[in-house]
Design a protein around this ligand. Structure first.
Ligand code: PLP
Length: 457
């Protein structure tokens, strides 16, 4: 099928030519359809990192030329990220390890007495840090529409204010679900939150790789995302937004870089004056390559243009959803309904199939890499599956029962982005159709909690 609209070409990514072995012994080009977990590096990011690598040096702690250069590039990367996110004048960019790290940092910086709100549908990174840091959390039930989400927050905040009066409050909300890919009504939720004096942190781990995120337009107070999902897999992430709570908080880590001066007191103790600004929460030697790679990805995506990238992705989403809709055995998981706006992330189950078995067959027999499990969003996937199954044995995404024929208590997720060629989705749809109609050609068994093709003689 050819496109009737003019779409941009996929962006060049590493691994596009990688061949992988099938269980039959043949080799095929790998179809990477697990972008939501970690996206491949953009070729452009890789090239820019490689060009910088010989000039690599310490950041904020060296008098030499390369240290000065690396320090400049690190700080420039901060400004590139600020432009990419359309931050306000006084906002700051803190480089972290990833979204999980960013949200834990913020959880440790909340003022005493903060009450947090989060929908139970969140990824665990958005769901768990707040209570872990000792704050009361109001978990909001899974809504069945964006409007219901906004109404639920309005009601919860009204009750909270009536009961507890004024005080610091925070809503943590995802921009796009890592399970359904559905877009959340971030601007509307933020309007409601601000009406009650609550602040908002946007988990943009799945949104930023697919859509332009403007902090100014959304009016959120903070945004968090991961480099490895934004085509920059060099171990860095971002927390960006308001400085006041971050500057008033204890440093995330104690150590060099975060401390302005350290002096011995007369009584033998040590007095520390901590930095204000991003350095306060970036103790230790910064990950300059990670930050530089994120900035390179921001530049590459901005230059490619989100309008063009989104148009192409929407075309692929439409093809995928139309193709799956023709297979009656497939049930696509959705909170907001089939017509909801989404990014290139979609989860489904196949009648009569265990999801781990199905995913294993896609890999072993077709060279297609998807993910199966509960996707670190256990409450949401269980709600969507209508199951109150006990948690799988390992924390994140372990197959619940990986033997063919057993009832599936988890789901299959297919996800893609700016580097995905149409052909990968065509192959995926053809493979799903074939597996559903003909079954797997191989036997599978459970090995250490994973479903694998049985190659034993
Ligand atoms: C919506 C969402 N939030 C947070 C995270 C955590 O990101 P990371 O593992 O990069 O810290 C993920 C990862 O899948 C995610 O999808």
């Amino acid at each position: 099928m050819s496109t009737s609209v003019d779409l941009c070409a996929p962006l060049a990514v590493l691994g596009a030519d990688v061949q992988v072995p099938l269980v039959s012994g043949a080799r095929v080009g790998y179809a990477a359809l697990d972008y939501a977990a970690s996206a491949p590096a953009l070729q452009r990011v890789w090239d820019e990192v490689a060009a910088y690598a010989p000039y690599y040096g310490s950041v904020h702690r060296g008098a030499g030329y390369l240290s000065q250069l690396s320090t400049d590039l690190f700080e420039q990367s901060r400004r590139t990220v600020a432009d990419f996110l359309d931050l306000r004048e006084d906002d700051q960019v803190v480089f972290t390890r990833a979204t999980t790290d960013s949200l834990n940092l913020l959880a440790g910086a909340l003022p005493a007495g903060t009450r947090v709100f989060a929908f139970e549908t969140e990824h665990h990174a958005s769901l768990l840090p707040w209570a872990q840091a000792g704050f009361p959390v109001g978990y909001l039930r899974a809504p069945s529409s964006p409007e219901e989400a906004v109404a639920a927050l309005d009601e919860a905040l009204a009750v909270c204010v009536a009961r507890h009066g004024a005080g610091p409050r925070l809503l943590c909300v995802t921009g796009a679900s890592n399970v359904t890919g559905e877009l959340w009504p971030v601007a509307e939720l933020t309007r409601v939150a601000h009406r009650y004096g609550a602040r908002v942190v946007l988990d943009a781990a799945q949104l930023a790789p697919h859509h332009r995120v403007s902090v100014r337009e959304l009016a959120v107070d903070w945004v968090a995302f991961s480099g490895h999902k934004l085509y920059a897999p060099f171990g860095a992430g971002v927390l960006a937004g308001r400085a006041d709570w971050l500057d008033a908080a204890e440093p995330y880590l104690a150590g060099g870089g975060a401390s302005r001066t350290v002096a011995r007191e007369a009584d033998g103790s040590v007095a520390v004056e901590w930095h204000q600004g991003p350095a306060r929460h970036e103790a230790g030697s910064p990950n300059v390559i990670g930050a530089y790679a994120i900035a390179a990805a921001c530049r590459a995506l901005t230059e490619a243009g989100f309008e063009a990238l989104e148009a192409r992705e929407q075309y692929l989403i439409d093809r995928l959803t139309a193709g799956l809709a023709e297979i009656p055995e497939v049930r696509v998981l959705s909170l907001f309904g089939a017509r909801a706006a989404r990014v290139g992330v979609l989860s489904f189950v196949v009648r009569g199939w265990n999801s781990s078995h199905f995913s294993a067959a896609l890999s072993a027999e077709y060279g297609i890499g998807v993910r199966d499990g509960l996707f670190c969003a256990h409450p949401l996937v269980r709600t969507l599956l209508g199951s109150d199954a006990p948690a799988p044995s390992s924390a994140c995404g372990a197959p619940d029962a990986s033997l063919p024929g057993e009832r599936s208590l988890n789901a299959i997720r297919v996800s893609f982005g700016a580097g995905t060629p149409e052909e990968h989705l065509d192959r995926f749809l053809a493979a799903v159709r074939e597996l559903v109609s003909d079954g797997a050609r191989w036997n599978y068994r459970n090995e250490g909690g994973r479903c694998v093709a049985d190659t034993r003689r």
